[in-house]
Design a protein around this ligand. Structure first.
Ligand SMILES: [Zn+2]
Ligand SMILES: [Zn+2]
Length: 346
């Protein structure tokens, strides 16, 4: 099979020909149909500090957002059959630790990560543990199936944000922000304000249901948000941070409405300065972080929204490449333009 492989501790991948892996006990062999590039794959491509800290050894196959068809099952597999249409949950729980035993397998203390700590899906075939294999509704397209993993966290944010009737600000309109906008729209947000410096991304935000658009490079976000939310309350009731920018997060603490909810999806290692009383206590601000999808609760909910046709993935998927065109695909991804970039397999 063809596979993208990280072979050396430097920038880039190599396309290699290698043997199809065999599924072991409680493992599934999947023939890939779609696989999408995530922000973390870009980090692995660049081989930055995050990638170095998380990848145990090389060579290694990246990729974790995918949909494909089961072609073989290992010993002891009970719930998945050959021919099933499946996707993969990235967080592979141990089932034994305190988190797993208290209904939080997505934050397992001994978590393995598909495409990070074990080989992933940027290959014609991949082995997925049964515990993290999700059987998909038959009517879902391969591309919809492939988007369930990345749309899970933005769905959780929109749900926890109780966005119905609220003015919502979404900071960062990459794929995660775009999905967040889609879910806020479906869940009845009063208005959605999209913030991103790239006009192309603001255009996608419009097709996902955003109503107002702010380019932080040409105007003050705080001032624009305040002007847009006066009639809907005193500032936005919900802010979803999907850019990873600490300064954007700092501004959000200023303009968040009293009693509002701040939902943080963007990742950063940088410190954030918080004025405890004005930012949190007097404001009764509710601040939430999200890491992964609730297994399988989040999947069930997002699948239903796709099956019913209420949620759409088409505006978010802007580029499709074969695995052979991986250089072009990663050049696009590195520029941070458009939306999701998807590999298609013949
Ligand atoms: Zn991802
Ligand atoms: Zn565990």
């Amino acid at each position: 099979m063809k596979a993208l492989v990280k072979t050396r501790e430097e920038k880039g991948f190599e396309l290699q020909e290698m043997a199809v892996p065999q599924p072991g006990e409680k493992e599934i062999l999947v023939k890939m149909h779609r696989a999408a590039i995530c922000g973390s794959d870009i980090k692995i491509y660049k081989w930055d500090a995050f990638a170095r800290s998380i990848i145990p050894s090389l060579p290694f196959i990246p990729g974790h957002e995918c949909a494909g068809e089961v072609v073989e099952v290992g010993k002891g597999v009970k719930n998945i059959k050959v021919g099933d249409k499946v996707a993969s949950e990235t967080h592979i729980p141990c089932g034994q630790c305190w988190q797993c035993q208290h209904g939080r397998p997505h934050t397992c203390e001994n978590m393995q990560l598909f495409g990070h700590t074990i080989n992933g899906c940027f290959a014609e075939y991949a082995v997925i543990p049964e515990v993290s294999t999700r059987k998909l509704p038959p009517t879902l397209s391969w591309e919809e199936g492939c988007m369930l993993e990345p749309m899970g966290i933005p769905y959780r944010a929109a749900e926890k944000g109780e966005v119905e009737g609220e003015a919502v600000v979404v900071i960062g309109c990459g794929p995660i922000g775009q999905f967040a906008i889609g879910f806020c729209h479906i869940l009845g947000a009063e208005r959605i304000i999209a913030v991103d410096p790239k006009e192309e991304r603001l255009r996608i935000a419009r097709s996902m249901g955003a109503d107002f658009f702010i380019n932080p490079e040409t105007e003050s976000v705080t001032k624009a948000v305040q002007e847009l939310t006066v009639s809907a309350g005193r500032g936005p009731g919900v802010v979803i941070e999907a850019s990873g920018s600490v300064s954007a997060l700092r501004e959000a603490l200023d303009y968040l409405r009293v009693g509002g909810r701040l939902l943080i999806l963007g990742q950063s290692q940088s410190p954030l300065e918080i004025k405890v009383s004005p930012d949190i206590v007097f404001k009764e601000a509710q601040i939430y972080g999200f890491f992964g999808r609730e297994i399988w609760d989040t999947w069930e909910k997002t699948e239903q929204l796709l099956v019913s046709g209420r949620m759409k993935v088409d505006p978010v998927i802007t580029h499709r490449f074969s695995l052979e065109e991986y250089q072009k695909a990663f050049e696009k991804a590195l520029k941070g333009e458009g939306g999701k970039i998807v590999f298609t397999f013949s």
